[in-house]
Write a protein that binds this ligand. Structure first.
Ligand SMILES: C[S@@+](CC[C@H](N)C(=O)[O-])C[C@H]1O[C@@H](n2cnc3c(N)ncnc32)[C@H](O)[C@@H]1O
Length: 337
């Protein structure tokens, strides 16, 4: 699920759809582009020490203003006005003057097409540092991707990471929900969507996830947020009613639950995981999604599990821990060096 949406939670309940999307975008965008924004803010401060010693809240207000002007291309003077007000309310009147001064400098350099950004030149280390700023990624990541993929592909990957993520929803067949039901619900919520080209139960959603959350469909287990890529893995396993399947690194259960729903009440998915807390989430979600009858959770370390347990199955899924770098656009974290 979108981490930003989840973090904002109830604080946004009084906003209309348009404002909600804007807030979500600003929060996600300022986190994603932090390195880039901080570089610009630092460059437009009088000196390095002014930037280094800036109060966190003031820096945050500036990041919002910079993001709105540079990345969202919002009307600059409205942005200055709003963020000056914000600084005055959040901090004190004097902070408004400072925000005013720095944002106006930004408006000027942007209008003159002279944003103080690093040039892509020099040795590979210098270029990596420039790319890290331009695309707001840690230097080590830029160096690793440039080495393995080449500069062009590394840039494409970083642009993808910083783009707005899209999500997929899976209709929960175990609760009698078809994709058509899900589409009808999305239509009634006015959430733009398109059906998956690859998976019968999936619908793609770019914006409006908050509306789905508010409608309670996720809480009631009628559908779940699941990547199509995860769904495709399950398609390869192709669970059939009556089968016994072992899911070796199962929690929090995205693939287990989809496999379970495809068993149509007959068979078992044996869900093994070393992490008790994550396994508990899996168990609770299985109940919510009405597949608990075909899910058997096993708290165990896979490295020793096989020695003590003679479990056999024709189908075994191993979704081992990974770096998580493939889902950066979705989890929207500030990635540090
Ligand atoms: C990539 S996640 C699995 C995601 C899951 N398949 C899904 O679709 O939601 C990897 C999981 O492996 C588990 N894990 C790591 N080492 C393990 C071990 N030695 N034995 C069992 N599970 C392990 C972690 O606790 C984590 O939940």
């Amino acid at each position: 699920m979108g981490y930003v949406e989840r973090t904002l939670g109830f604080r946004t309940r009084d906003l209309d759809d348009r404002d909600l999307r804007l807030v979500t975008d600003i929060v996600g965008g300022t986190i994603r582009w932090r390195r880039y924004l901080d570089h610009l803010i630092g460059s437009l401060c009088h000196d390095e020490s002014m930037f280094r010693s800036m109060e966190p809240l003031l820096l945050q207000v500036l990041r919002i203003g910079f993001y709105e002007i540079v990345k969202l291309n919002m009307p600059p003077y409205a942005v200055v006005d709003e963020n000056v007000k914000l600084a005055k309310v959040a901090l004190r009147p004097g902070a408004g003057n400072m925000v005013n001064g720095i944002l106006r400098k930004l408006v000027l350099v942007k209008e003159n097409n002279s944003l103080p950004l690093p040039k892509l030149e020099g040795d590979s280390r210098t270029q990596a540092r420039a790319l890290a700023t331009l695309y707001s990624h840690p230097v080590w990541m830029v160096r690793r991707w440039t080495k393995y993929l080449g500069q062009e592909e590394a840039i494409q990957l970083m642009m993808w990471n910083n783009s707005d993520p899209s999500f997929s929803l899976r209709a929960n067949a175990a609760k009698g929900i078809t994709r058509d039901d899900l589409v009808m619900q999305l239509n009634s919520l006015k959430v733009p969507h398109e059906v998956s080209l690859h998976l019968d139960d999936f619908v793609r959603v770019k914006i409006g996830l908050q509306n789905v959350i508010r409608a309670g469909w996720l809480k009631e287990g009628l559908c779940s947020v699941q990547d199509e890529s995860a769904g495709l893995v399950v398609s390869v396993v192709d669970p059939q009613p009556g089968e016994d399947i072992i899911d070796c690194c199962a929690a929090p259960g995205g693939k287990t639950l989809y496999m379970a729903s495809r068993l149509r009440g007959k068979g078992k998915v044996h869900a093994i995981d070393i992490n008790k807390g994550r396994l508990r989430i899996l168990k609770e979600t299985a109940k919510l999604q009405k597949v608990d009858g075909v899910v058997d959770t096993i708290h165990a370390d896979l490295r020793t599990f096989a020695e003590n347990s003679p479990m056999k199955s024709g189908k075994v899924l191993l979704d081992a821990p990974c770096s998580g770098l493939g889902v950066l656009s979705k989890i929207c974290v500030g990635i540090e060096d």
